[in-house]
Design a protein around this ligand. Structure first.
Ligand SMILES: [Zn+2]
Length: 245
């Protein structure tokens, strides 16, 4: 099996389900995932202390493999404008912004502050894209253009044409494959931009949508279909994160 690094892993509370951090860590290790970026979906409600506990549990279970992202809400930025409150216990490698689950004006004061902190602390920013106009990829062009040296991962890469536009234009902007149809990868290949794509699975959230297939089989078949297009190795992944870890 070819090595895997996964840019899009979740733990914590998601709808009626709860994904235990140590269980998820064990499952990933069993599937030979070498490294992963992880955020806690518990964070969507702003319960950052609970989310922090979960991230710590994940780090304890797989200390060198887990690369934690801090799920931010606008309220958390109000509480600690320089975000220092959230970095006391955990050395996050990046920030997760979910413009669908939380209301982030795409060029608002708080999001600009986040990019500023990311630049100072050399953090990756993962932006959820798609689902509604206010979080489509292109709404973030202005902020990306203002901070071209901040590494951005457009989670899901939606809509595709806007994602291709940003990937082509901004050197430090990437996209992950979470819930991305494979024909989108074919189009990205045509645009010669596959080097800007990282494997991301949205594990174990995928189980909430495609629950009839055992999760491990779903994951492995997802990896295999993506590996036809891109390098899923840890080396490529780490080179993208360089400076953040
Ligand atoms: Zn996700």
């Amino acid at each position: 099996m070819i090595p895997i690094a996964d840019a899009h892993i979740h733990i914590g509370k998601f709808r009626e389900k709860y994904f235990k951090p140590d269980t998820i860590a064990k499952e990933l290790i069993r599937m030979r995932v070498e490294n992963w970026l992880v955020s806690s979906t518990t964070g969507v409600t702003g319960k950052w202390e609970k989310a922090e506990e979960e991230i710590q549990c994940m780090l304890d279970a797989a200390p060198y493999k887990s690369l934690p992202l801090l799920w931010l809400t606008p309220g958390m930025v109000e509480r600690s404008f320089d975000l220092s409150l959230y970095f006391r216990r955990i050395d996050y490698v990046g920030l997760k912004i979910h413009g669908f689950g939380n209301n982030w004006p795409p060029y608002g004061k708080k999001l600009r502050q986040i990019f500023h902190v990311a630049k100072e602390r050399k953090l990756v920013i993962m932006l959820h894209t798609g689902g509604c106009d206010r979080c489509d990829a292109c709404v973030y062009e202005k902020i990306i253009a203002e901070f071209p040296m901040v590494t951005v991962i457009l989670a899901h890469g939606r809509p595709l044409d806007q994602t291709i536009h940003l990937l082509a234009k901004y050197e430090r902007t990437f996209a992950d494959t979470a819930f991305m149809p494979t024909d989108h990868l074919a189009k990205i290949a045509k645009a010669n931009l596959l080097h800007k794509i990282v494997f991301g699975s949205d594990y174990p959230i995928i189980s909430c949508f495609r629950h009839k297939i055992p999760l491990k089989n779903l994951y492995i078949s997802n990896v295999k279909s993506i590996q036809r297009y891109i390098d899923t190795s840890s080396e490529k992944f780490m080179s993208i994160l360089k400076g953040s870890i």
